[in-house]
Write a protein that binds this ligand. Structure first.
Ligand SMILES: NC(=O)c1ccc[n+]([C@@H]2O[C@H](COP(=O)([O-])OP(=O)(O)OC[C@H]3O[C@@H](n4cnc5c(N)ncnc54)[C@H](OP(=O)(O)O)[C@@H]3O)[C@@H](O)[C@H]2O)c1
Length: 235
């Protein structure tokens, strides 16, 4: 017995995670608990990455970006400001989950990541032009990932928004999110990712699926939504 749960049909068997920091380690932990094979690619040597994940994410292995990219789904968990360092060719043809956010304290002033005319995941998709990018898991707090993952049907289960342009890719990521312990909430196309970026009601909300859905629906009437609408109206 491995001690991990059986894997429902449709759930990816393996996950690659790029970034061995707080979110990368938390996601590695959750994915291992769900019975998935996990490879984490960090920023330094394999030894350094292995040390970073050894305690908190037992069973996850350290690998190169190519190793992580060989998984069924690759999750990006690095500072968004560093996205251009990701080699597009390594992730070509892969299903990539963008769990990153523009955080000016970390990323500095970056007009390219604060452009009201585009979602940050569309910017990542343009860089990784040969990958299929889906936005998910970015609006969950570290606390939520670590403490509020529950099996399907649990009354305390939280919702996780998912935006992507291809329905099959969104479905694959929904199966992963469900396996990790959250109710998937389809949130439209990649452009709709603006509805759960930092500064929105859904960001860090830590609520059930129905409430997350309502927050996404309210977005264009919110202050941030009105700012984006005005900017887009002028463009
Ligand atoms: N913290 C949260 O609550 C939260 C929640 C949801 C989403 N997010 C998003 O998740 C991302 C990571 O956040 P975090 O809190 O986990 O940050 P973090 O603790 O600083 O971890 C980021 C990790 O990414 C590594 N890294 C940087 N460039 C890399 C590259 N090219 N390849 C591989 N690894 C690389 C960093 O290594 P070095 O230290 O060596 O540079 C660091 O270990 C951010 O975009 C953030 O907005 C955060």
């Amino acid at each position: 017995m491995s001690g991990t749960a059986p894997r429902p049909v449709g759930v990816p068997g393996s996950v690659g995670i790029v970034g061995a920091g707080r979110i990368g380690s938390a996601l590695a932990r959750l994915a291992r608990r769900a019975g998935l094979s996990v490879t984490v690619a960090g920023s330094g040597s394999l030894e350094r990455t292995a040390a970073a994940i050894a305690l908190g994410s037992p069973g996850a292995r350290a690998g190169s970006l190519d190793d992580a990219a060989a998984a069924d789904v690759v999750i990006l968990a690095i500072p968004l400001g560093r996205y251009a360092a990701l080699a597009p060719e390594a992730l070509a043809g892969r299903l990539v989950v963008d769990a990153m956010n523009y955080w000016w304290e970390t990323d500095g002033a970056r007009p390219d990541l604060d452009d009201p005319l585009t979602s940050t995941s569309e910017t990542v998709q343009r860089h990784l032009s040969a990958s299929r990018v889906v936005k998910a898991l970015n609006h969950m707090s570290l606390y939520e990932l670590d403490n509020l993952a529950f099996p399907a049907g649990h009354p305390e289960r939280r919702g996780a928004a998912i935006a992507g342009d291809d329905p099959d890719d969104v479905a694959a990521v929904a199966a992963l999110v469900d396996a990790l312990g959250f109710d998937p909430v389809p949130a439209g196309a990649l452009a709709d990712g603006v509805r759960f970026e930092p500064g929105t009601e859904a960001f860090g909300a830590d609520e059930d699926a129905e409430e997350i859905r309502d927050m996404l629906d309210r977005f264009w009437g919110s202050q941030r939504g009105r700012v984006l609408r005005r900017a887009r109206g002028r463009a």
